[in-house]
Write a protein that binds this ligand. Sequence first.
Ligand SMILES: *[C@@H]1O[C@H](CO)[C@@H](O)[C@H](O)[C@H]1NC(C)=O
Ligand SMILES: *[C@@H]1O[C@H](CO)[C@@H](O)[C@H](O)[C@H]1NC(C)=O
Ligand SMILES: *[C@@H]1O[C@H](CO)[C@@H](O)[C@H](O)[C@H]1NC(C)=O
Ligand SMILES: *[C@@H]1O[C@H](CO)[C@@H](O)[C@H](O)[C@H]1NC(C)=O
Length: 327
Amino acid sequence: MATRSTFLLLLLVGVSAIISWLHQVGAVSSNVAELQRQRWRGKLPEVAIPQTLAARLSPLSLTELQSLAAGLKKIDAASFAAHKFCGAAGLICSEDVSFPARAGSNFANPNAELGEIEEHVFFDKEELRESGEMILPDLSPCKYLVSFLPSELAQMMPPFSTANVSQILNLLNISSGSNLSRSMVSTLEMCEARGEEGEVHTCSTSVEGMVEFVVSRLGSDVDLFTDTSVVGSDQRVRVTKVSKRENMVGGKPPVTCHNFAFPYGVSYCHSIKGSEVFDLQLEVVQGNEKVRRNATAVCHYLSNGAGGNQAACHPVFGEMLLWTPKA
Ligand SMILES: *[C@@H]1O[C@H](CO)[C@@H](O)[C@H](O)[C@H]1NC(C)=O
Ligand SMILES: *[C@@H]1O[C@H](CO)[C@@H](O)[C@H](O)[C@H]1NC(C)=O
Ligand SMILES: *[C@@H]1O[C@H](CO)[C@@H](O)[C@H](O)[C@H]1NC(C)=O
Ligand SMILES: *[C@@H]1O[C@H](CO)[C@@H](O)[C@H](O)[C@H]1NC(C)=O
């Protein structure tokens, strides 16, 4: 009897040691977030997942993934438990949310109607000089951060297109005409827009898709930059130093990815020929104190339709990702 229980105990210890070793070597994943991390590492072994993105990996377990995939396969919106799906997968399906303007039109289209553009997101190229002044946008993180679906679920959703928006709304039980549905339509329209001259863009509904786009534009030897500092948010700042990153002149333009409004994670990534990246040192007056902060800005040069170019510069902040060829 004693030997038998000892044997069982040893077996148990052995099996759990093997499982833990498999986890360590990444051979199995315990949950979807780990699966998403593994796929990221497979394509970008040298790049750490930034905090803003790590927070948006899927909260699903592998078991939930399997049962949701099975439920989506025999697609029948009436019986699909949208509410449970949205909750478990970290999505936002409640109709009355109002995503900020920056989660949509304003980055994709700096020429949009003024009312649609969040204030101070774009600044003048003239302000990018020592002693120049600019007002920073609202740098606070987006209140509505939804998780990215794993690519296998993202691919099972109805096509990501304005032609199929009613299927998406039905599946997630969101009424058309609601605030959320309006944000969704506007996101889909921006994703389908032709884009600027020299612009290549894509909307990815998974982290895997985003990484694939970045690697297709820049290869896997990339630097990834994010900036979540809120110092100087909505405030006037003075520029004390500007340096242009030279490594991409004549090379591949940087890729910027923006978080767009949708019930599940959507990343609008684009690269515009001739874009430039600037590192800035800034000074913010807070009360009687001068606070210093660094920032990075991207300038896109867009055709103004009259043969000239118009610069559209914005700081990299919040959920935004800036990818550049490795320095
Ligand atoms: C829809 O959004 C507007 C503007 O953001 C807001 O004022 C309104 O309360 C929202 N509607 C609903 C039903 O929540
Ligand atoms: C997507 O929309 C097109 C055009 O309305 C339609 O023909 C197609 O069946 C839709 N696909 C799905 C999966 O709903
Ligand atoms: C859809 O949402 C409504 C409330 O907006 C709810 O009454 C209904 O039960 C939901 N249907 C499904 C299939 O979840
Ligand atoms: C800003 O960047 C410069 C140059 O890289 C560095 O020396 C400085 O410490 C940074 N300042 C802050 C406030 O991070």
